[in-house]
Design a protein around this ligand. Sequence first.
Ligand SMILES: Cc1cc2nc3c(=O)[nH]c(=O)nc-3n(C[C@H](O)[C@H](O)[C@H](O)COP(=O)(O)OP(=O)(O)OC[C@H]3O[C@@H](n4cnc5c(N)ncnc54)[C@H](O)[C@@H]3O)c2cc1C
Length: 400
Amino acid sequence: MSVTSDPSAGISDEQRAIVEMVRQFTDEQILPRAGHYDHEDEFPEPIVEQMRELGLFGVTIPEEYGGMGLDLTTYAMIVEQLSRGWISISGIINTHFIGSYLLLKFGSEEQRERLLPRMATGEIRAAFSLSEPELGSDVAAIKTSAKRLESGDWEINGQKMWVTNGLRSGLVFVLVRTDPSAEPKHRGLTCFIAEKEPGAASNPGLSVPPQIHKLGYKGVESTELVFDGFRTPADSILGGEESGLGRGFAQMMDALEVGRVNVAARGVGIAQRALELALRYSQQRVTFGKPICEHQAIQFKLADMVTQVEAARLLMLRAARLKDAGERSDMEAGMAKLFASEAGRFCVEEAFRIHGGYGYSEEYEIERLYRDAPLLLIGEGTSEIQRMLIGRKVLERNPL
Ligand SMILES: Cc1cc2nc3c(=O)[nH]c(=O)nc-3n(C[C@H](O)[C@H](O)[C@H](O)COP(=O)(O)OP(=O)(O)OC[C@H]3O[C@@H](n4cnc5c(N)ncnc54)[C@H](O)[C@@H]3O)c2cc1C
């Protein structure tokens, strides 16, 4: 159903064709099956297999490494479509996308050549891990540490929390403390590429406890990671020891900027789906002798929803296009993430109200969206953190 403007306006024919292909894939393969996988909290392996075949794990990986070499804007439009279907699907590729971004921007040539071709096909998938049981927003306070051994290898110890794709991933881009005395604290952080056996709960020095049970965002696992004497070579430091040691915080913050555009795209996708469901239901349900869409109170809800969807999409596309053009987009990515995730929550709640009692039934799709939408307010920086960041940036750009 086309209920808002064409998000692909102004892009090339090739990009348009890919977004259209993903839209169809979402309609035919994701939407009809998402309810089942969500209610069973089951990993959607057949859908993921099809995504591998479509090349979706390599969308932004350059062709020389076996990917499609597309830009962030196209990726964001793809994520919008997948999230319209089910945000857990976009969660499966998002941490992978961040991992490939980190490798492309900061990895050594050896790391890129060794890992990117297998990442492009989805043969190995990536997770990224900042959060710990005692911290999420305050990344500079990370406690998990790595120390250099006499052999030149490094040993990681500590506990990570909320690792999306923590079990099935083969690579974890993990931020740890390598210099406990560094001031300011964030200068003592380094990003390692920890390699592990996909799907194995127990690896030498690294265990993956059973997945965390969640309100929504089901199907894709969120886990802790317990590093206990995990040994990894010096060349597993992102970019190599010489250029990567102590640079992890800046690298991860850069990656979070594109991650925020991605979360914005998820917000647009879920808001768009909520709008579609609300439009359909409000034209079918009759009260007081007419479809509820003819009551002004319901029309006002639809009006607010469609406006939010359009505005969120424009912010998301603007942030992505600035980043693709190599321009500053830190504040824009923050604004897009803040607005679109709040728009997702708003539209889902309005659609839920429009469904009346049926919205509370597991038989209606809006029930799943109602449980999924709040994640977007939290992941990759909460709304409060986005506001802090935007406030700081707007002052920085406008000194007296
Ligand atoms: C399903 C799920 C998947 C996730 N996946 C990943 C992942 O793959 N990798 C990863 O590293 N992390 C992941 N996370 C973690 C997520 O990034 C954090 O939960 C998030 O950053 C918030 O951190 P926190 O939970 O520690 O909350 P806290 O930082 O403890 O914040 C608690 C509250 O205080 C507010 N707050 C904190 N500091 C301030 C301040 N200075 N001013 C005003 N308000 C403040 C916050 O906005 C929030 O409302 C995931 C989380 C969830 C729920």
